[in-house]
Ligand binder design. Structure first.
Ligand SMILES: C[S@@+](CC[C@H](N)C(=O)[O-])C[C@H]1O[C@@H](n2cnc3c(N)ncnc32)[C@H](O)[C@@H]1O
Length: 646
């Protein structure tokens, strides 16, 4: 960037206003900045200030929750997701297994409100603002993941490269790959003569993550030849290399029991080396032969045949071909009547092949030999087919070929984007939301990425498709997955009363739970949370017991719970210890605590209160043993500085 005098002057002016520690912070950032990667205009000072500006506290809104009487792990959080993520950092750090997000794509096309206004296509800072907006949120989100957690991010083709570099910065070395899905059947960009009909889902994961894949189909394992090692499945013996690419594994194979021969396919040669072929390459040089054999990654074809690892399909003697002379063989080959591949019918012998004479006078069998893969020889974790990066349409015909003869990959399927708008319309009767994702896309993704007890987070929840998908998946497999959805209200100066989170996201999930349009409800519940922001010095005055109770219930028990009445509020049970919150330390509280253990059958008490030492003293005087913790420290923990020993 070219610095004009005016720019330099204003930069110096800004530096004047910084204190010493802020200047140090800038210098460290400057000196340690990565030299390879993405750069965008951003200020580390503003970033720190945004993080530490205030504290975020949850408020449970019973009125907009579903089944508010009980506790629930399903949360819908209204507000800017930066604040929601700051709260989750204090309550769910290291606990989220799957994050899926579909952020605004920065199209410049009124898809993204930043600082209360839409960021337009000609905004000079459009890309930097978008990257910084996502960077701040992704760095918080990353720390919520379990050690085997994954984050999947939807993005269009135009912004994929920028977002991928950003994710490389947020989760270095954690890129797993990307999935591609087709969004529509018709194109629209006539000016470019290029039709954008696909989007990406970028996948970044912590070390322990794996997609579920698909368990190997046991029914494919049989035992037609009564092998004493049990059931096996036939695996191709060939690679995708041609004779010209890998001539060393082009050789004939003979069944030692029948004496029949099998030609190699010149377009797809054998996978395994042949000792006989190696010896023919190094005549009179045993050392070279042994060195070549020692360098092989698997056994030779001769060893496989000797160990009865190769299956030769039975054939009728009348189907075996034999040619008495080269002319007879050539005539058959040229007339298309020579040996062919059983399914594709492409010729196995051709006039241009180097070994045509070998086949004169040899009995040539029609089938193809295969390698036996025994069921018992494969460890359980390897009996899985991988996930394909290609997401096919619901009725699309996909022909997949697996390398190395392993299981064919699992293909996810998704409806096109337009179907998603209809799905939301189905719930509300009107077009309540622009550009949701198809339910099938998210449901199938989650089926591959989650296990039945996982927490799934979507902090750009929009119309709540991710929550809908979690409920649908649970209904299908009786799973106990839970969701956390964060959505803004999308209120602007023009539409101050708009509340997308309450009226679309939560309302959709409520209708899915209760049933809509004649469809039965899937069941379930959620807590609706709003966020209050409190500056640290004001905490003792502005944070109340309801805030603290919710924060601690979420952190310690992973649930939002309705606030109990009375001076002693039970948060939950941890082993034999009852965890309580007392808003005040007064005679009524002490009186309630004196026989609390006996009344509620708890062996030990842990109590949060605003004055833990006073409470501990007064309880000791009344003969009650309890561990007392500072409520204020507990509320601040995870968001500001250090905290209590909980
Ligand atoms: C592309 S939509 C997500 C659609 C969603 N996947 C669905 O299927 O309905 C992005 C959503 O993110 C919301 N959003 C944008 N900025 C946000 C912010 N800072 N905090 C919370 N939500 C935000 C927008 O209001 C919009 O609803």
């Amino acid at each position: 960037m070219n610095m004009t005098n005016k720019n330099v002057g204003s930069l110096l002016g800004q530096l004047e206003s910084l204190n010493e520690s802020q200047l140090r912070r800038l210098l460290v950032e400057h000196l340690t900045k990565q030299k390879l990667g993405l750069t965008w205009e951003a200020s580390a000072i503003e970033r720190d200030a945004a993080l530490n500006a205030d504290l975020v506290l949850p408020r449970h809104c019973a009125e907009w929750s579903q089944n508010p009487e009980g506790g629930t792990r399903n949360l819908i959080i209204e507000g800017d997701n930066f604040d929601a993520l700051r709260l989750l950092k204090a309550t769910h750090a290291g606990k989220i297994r799957v994050i899926y997000i579909d952020p605004p794509y920065n199209t410049g096309n009124k898809d993204w409100v930043y600082n209360d206004h839409y960021v337009g296509a000609n905004d000079r800072w459009r890309h930097s603002q978008w990257l910084e907006f996502l960077y701040r949120r992704l760095t918080l989100a990353r720390d919520l993941l379990t050690p085997d957690g994954v984050i999947m991010v939807s993005i269009n083709d135009e912004n994929r490269a920028r977002l991928e570099l950003l994710l490389d910065e947020v989760m270095p070395g954690r890129r797993l790959g990307s999935l591609v899905w087709r969004t529509k059947d018709t194109g629209n960009d006539l000016s470019q003569r290029f039709s954008h009909v696909h989007e990406h889902i970028l996948v970044y994961a912590n070390a322990g993550f794996k997609f579920n894949g698909r368990a190997t189909d046991r029914s494919k394992f049989r035992n037609p030849d009564e092998d004493s090692r049990g059931d096996w499945s036939p695996q191709p013996l060939t690679t995708n290399k041609t004779l010209f690419e890998r001539k060393n594994t082009y050789y004939p194979i003979q069944d030692p029991e029948t004496g029949y021969w099998y030609p190699c396919d010149p377009d797809s040669v054998w996978r395994f080396a042949s000792e006989k072929e190696i010896r023919s390459r190094f005549p009179d040089n045993e050392r070279a032969v042994q060195a070549a054999l020692a360098g092989l990654r698997s056994g030779t074809i001769e060893q496989l045949i000797e160990n009865k690892q190769i299956y030769f399909p039975p054939c009728k003697p009348s189907d075996v071909m034999e040619f008495a002379s080269r002319d007879e063989l050539l005539a058959a080959v040229n007339a298309g009547k020579g040996p062919v591949l059983p399914k594709k019918k492409t010729p196995l012998l051709r006039q241009d092949l180097p070994d045509l004479d070998f086949w004169v006078g040899k009995p040539i069998a029609p089938g193809r030999p295969s390698r036996k893969e025994h069921w018992t020889a494969k460890p359980q974790e390897e009996r899985l087919a991988p996930l394909s990066s290609w997401i096919a349409g619901l009725n699309e015909d996909v022909a997949l070929f697996s390398d190395d003869g392993d299981e064919e990959p699992v293909v996810l399927r998704s409806a096109r984007g337009g179907v998603a708008t209809e799905e939301v319309k189905d719930v509300f009767g009107t077009k309540a939301f622009q550009h949701p994702k198809p339910l099938s896309l998210i449901k199938n993704l989650l089926q591959q990425a989650t296990r039945p007890g996982d927490i799934v987070l979507d902090f750009f929840a929009g119309s709540g498709t991710t929550g809908h998908a979690v409920l649908a998946l649970n209904a299908e497999d009786k799973g106990q997955r839970s969701f956390i959805l964060c959505s803004s209200t999308e209120a602007t100066k023009k539409e101050p009363a708009k509340n997308l989170c309450r009226d679309v996201c939560a309302e959709r999930i409520r209708r899915v739970i209760q049933g809509y349009g004649g469809k039965p409800g899937l069941g379930g519940e959620f807590a609706y949370l709003q966020l209050d922001k409190v500056e640290v010095p004001d905490l003792p005055f502005e944070a109340d017991a309801a805030h603290a109770f919710q924060l601690l219930a979420l952190r310690r028990f992973g649930e939002a719970r309705p606030l109990p009445a009375g001076p002693v509020k039970r948060l939950g049970q941890s082993g034999d210890c009852a965890v309580l919150l007392c808003e005040r330390v007064d005679a009524e509280t002490i009186a309630s605590l004196v026989d609390w253990r006996a009344r509620n059958g708890a062996a030990r008490l842990a109590i949060y209160s605003p004055r833990p030492s006073t409470l501990a003293e007064q309880l000791a005087a009344a003969g009650v043993e309890a561990n007392c913790y500072s409520l204020l420290d507990a509320v601040m923990r995870g968001q500001v500085g250090g905290g209590a020993n909980e």
